[in-house]
Design a protein. Structure first.
Length: 281
């Protein structure tokens, strides 16, 4: 039996067949919780948002526009997660691009933030034609099941400045390009730019990223991710929330989540989930 097992494993290696471990990644612009959105304000949708996350049960969750009180509410609902992040204006009250992770499976060895500006290490710095301060949050995780290092970055590009979006994605790309060769690297966010139609997306592709939506063996949901709390035109193709990656990764599924309750959505963006499969070294 041992000889048969050894032979089978040897054939798998020779054929280029390796074990894989799934890693579910979710990106979600949660709409900042102090917005005066009337019937769509945070108190009226926060439990719908919790159910949306619970139904997907991601291993890594990158949020945009998240305030500390929203992060605390999510944390209270999910003790299996921990999170980190800093508000972009460093006031203790602003929006974060925080990262939630399943702490039994993912161990953050190092983490940090940098600002999307010409002086990225200066807190709250702003450059180019950006209308607001913009930030990226990152971490290097040890993934217990795959015994791999996972580098994860989460961001929110400017909604007005085209140059700021292009320069922002360029800055992030250059930093991620400095990671060790062969690393699994994941970038999520609200990019405020249409996938396959914008210069920011072109830059990401030129820098060697793969779009999980394009790479997925199975896709579900619409190709529109911003809704403004309304039922969108599901035939419209305007993906501004992306999951990008580098490394030895297979994507079995990518889905735009359209969950609502009685016509009310958890946010003004649809979250996007991708099931990645990490090759075991």
């Amino acid at each position: 039996m041992n000889r048969l097992l050894f032979t089978a494993l040897s054939l798998m290696v020779c054929a280029g067949v390796y074990a894989e471990v799934p890693l579910k990644v979710m990106t979600f612009n949660v709409r900042y919780g102090t917005a005066l959105d009337g019937e769509n304000a945070w108190p009226h949708r926060k439990d719908i948002l919790i159910k949306t996350i619970r139904d997907q049960s991601p291993d890594l969750l990158g949020l945009q526009e998240c305030l500390a009180m929203q992060a605390d509410y999510i944390q209270a609902a999910f003790p299996e997660y921990r999170w980190f992040g800093i508000d972009r204006d460093v006031t203790g009250k602003g929006e974060m691009t925080c990262i939630f992770y399943r702490h039994a499976d993912l161990y953050p060895v190092e983490s940090g933030n940098f600002w999307l500006s010409e002086t990225p290490e200066i807190p709250a710095s702003i450059s180019w034609d950006s209308s607001l301060t913009r930030i990226a949050t990152w971490a290097r995780f040890y993934h217990k099941e795959s015994k791999s290092w996972i580098h994860y970055y989460n961001t929110h590009l400017d909604h007005r400045g085209e140059e700021a979006r292009v320069q922002g994605i360029t800055l992030i790309s250059k930093r991620m390009a400095a990671l060790p060769d062969g690393s699994v690297a994941i970038l999520t966010g609200d990019f405020n730019a249409s996938a396959e139609k914008s210069r920011a997306y072109e830059v990401a592709m030129e820098e060697g990223f793969t779009d999980a939506w394009i790479a997925a063996e199975k896709r579900e949901g619409p190709e529109v991710t911003f809704t403004a709390f309304k039922t969108p035109n599901l035939d419209k193709k305007d993906r501004i929330d992306w999951i990008l990656f580098k490394g030895s990764v297979r994507v079995s599924r990518c889905e735009t989540i359209t969950y609502s309750e009685n016509g009310r959505y958890p946010s003004d963006h649809f979250p996007v989930c991708a099931t990645l499969h990490i090759a075991v070294p």
